[in-house]
Unconditional design. Sequence first.
Lengths: 261, 598
Amino acid sequence: MNWIMRTKILKYCPFLFAFLVVKGVSAQPAALQDSLAQAAKFYNSGKYNEAVRTYENVLTRGFESPVLYFNLGNAYYKAGNSTYAILNFERAKKLSPNDEDISYNLDMARKKIVDNIVTLPQPGFLAWWKQLISIRSADQWGVHSMIAFFIFLALFGLFLFSGTARVKKLAFWISVAAIFYSAVTFSFGNEMRKRLLKPNSAVITERSVRVKGSPSETGTELFIIHEGLTVQLTDQLGDWIEIRLPDGNKGWVKEATMTKI
Amino acid sequence: MKIRKLYLFILLFMFGINGFAEQVTFTMEAPRVVELGEQFRLSFSVNAKGQNLKLPELSDFDVLMGPSTSTSSSFSIINGVSSQSVNYGYLFVLRAKKAGKFTISPASINVNGSQFTSNSVTIEVVKGSAKPSGGGNDEPAAKVGSVPKSDLFVKVILDRRSVYKGDHLIATIKIYSKVNLNGFEDITLPNFEGFWAQDIELPQQINLQRETLNGEIYNVGTLKKTILFPQQTGNITIAPVKIDCIVQQRVRRSGSFFDDFFDSFANVKATVVSDPVTVSVNSLPSSPANFSGAVGRFDLSSSITNTSVKENDPVTIKLDVRGTGNIKLINPPKIQLPPDFEVYDPKTTSNFTATSAGVNGSISFEYLFLPRNVGDYTIPPVDFVYFDPSAGKYVTKSTQEFKIRVARGEGSKNIMSVSSKEDVKMLGKDIRFLKQGAIQLKPKGYVFFGSLNFYLLYLGGIAALLALYLFNQKRIRENANIARLKNKKANKIALKRLKDANLYLKKGTAEKFYESITKAFWGYLSDKLTIPVAELTRESASAALEQRKASAEVITGLMHILDTCEYARFAPGGGSEKMHELYDEATDVMSQMEKEIK
């Protein structure tokens, strides 16, 4: 019996395991799939409002998916509601940050809104770092981390059991790299998970909003923003929320004027 | 001489025929407006000799005089074509009995045995103004050199004051006069800024006609009639008209009795300016995307030159828009051609006439295109959207759908090879389409990362490795036990085999003897050194023994025994002495090995 073969089995075993787990999670009523197919049919025949209603129905049943948000965003876009198209594309992007189609359609929808705000360039390294973290979703980073961890385990096993000194050495160093990668991606995944669970951005859904300098009706009016704009949430006081625009301006608005992503 | 007479006769005869060949026209004429008590003329004219003129009922009028007849004839040669016309006139002088609007029904006349009827005329009889009718002697003569505004003025009359943008309205410029108008010196017409203007053709001669305005009779001349299409919304003001008129005025010399009879006249220049008028132009209701800019009522027809062509053969689709409205301002409707057709700009030809009913005519758009590739193509119906101002809504007319079959042309392959590659044409921008396939739904807010399953997977991996390690440890332990067992038994088995060999020695069966010796040693080495028998050779055995620190003496002894056995098996006949010797050596080496190898 040679050990290489054993480690191979060890390597594939977790994949099988992971697959089973994912499969188990995605079990869902067949009726939902039927209504999703129905929504796509509405969309194809140009009945965009019906498509919107059907997709929203699935969402109210407590299920979500980046593809679902994407398709709903498309239906809103075609129905002429750019604001909600942006909201749903943002939600899709949050769940699946590296999907090129979602980014494209989000850009298309943003062309239709009133405010044209120049995004403030962030300091080089910080922007790069944030960008790096957000190119994968929490779950994607999690899978990265886990696979790297399994590779580490396999190589560590090889290191323990191998009789040849050269193999031992190689396995050791690669396993160190793997555990390092696993740790880094784990921290990225954790960061993305935090962002996912605690909404830190929102889309303005009111036609036009006066942004105040303080969290009260009597506050100085700083500027006016319009529906469809994506803003960062930086603070909250009662039902007032401090927002930050892409150009760096900050101000307070009522919570009711926006929908969190 | 005779011949010339004959010619003359023929000529006259032909004129006569000419005269007869013309259609008989019988018309009645009367002023449109008269004052109560005023004498006016009712005249009939017929261009052939007639008999038995039957007057219509004239109960509302007094016939003061008539009929007085007159005849006139004219003869003209125009471009070598000669023509002659005669005219017979009948004149009546009438006076209206009461005010109101009266229609004089047609009169009839008999010409060469057939009956002809005239037109009917309508006469409006108004109450006279203060001035007494009859002789002009007592006309209040204004001061020489000035003409009162109420006697001579110009008006711009619009048929509508409020229109949709693009709809038409008719502006008529009329001069109203109560004075003796002799002519115009200078006419400044508005340039109708903000409109597309189309003049309606009027006779060159300005004929003054009687009309009433606010109960007063004026001689009215129509200077200009224009159809206007507003080009902008809001209130558009039409600039005033300015006309320098020449008015003949009576110059009265005072003092003399004869002066009344022998007045002299002077031409006076009078300038009249119209009031500016304003049109309010309403914008059209929100228009559909493919609105052509046409306002009015239109019909659409379309034709195609060829529906079965070869590659690169030109095809023309022609759209004809016919109707009434702002024809000249219609934009060519968009035609949806397949993208690999080469399309040229549409050629526009228009043909229209301006009448009081609006601008009427047609405009045609010719779309020339070249199908570049073989295939069956469908050109979808072309929508022509216009605004119907009377209904106040947009109307869409569509052409039929055209199907074109494009066949491979001769020599087209050469063209293909020259330009085989094309840039991808960007036809439009749209969002990416829906993502297809089954959607993997998951509960809202569920994140695999950080869930119990997630951590369990990590633990599972560690557990698997741990299990593997333990399993391996156990196996190693077990293997070690087997080796120890084999090691322990090795000597026993070897001794038993040697005993067998001794038995064979006594029996004298040499072959079996050597076999037993060989087996005893190989088996012993295999068990002792934990090397499978199949992998055991003289070299591997001696190497393993050296590793186990066996003495060189033992190894050479062993090798000697193995060699001897090998040799004896293939070349038997060594005698029993040699066999005894070998047996003793074998037992020696065996006991020595047992001592040295643990």
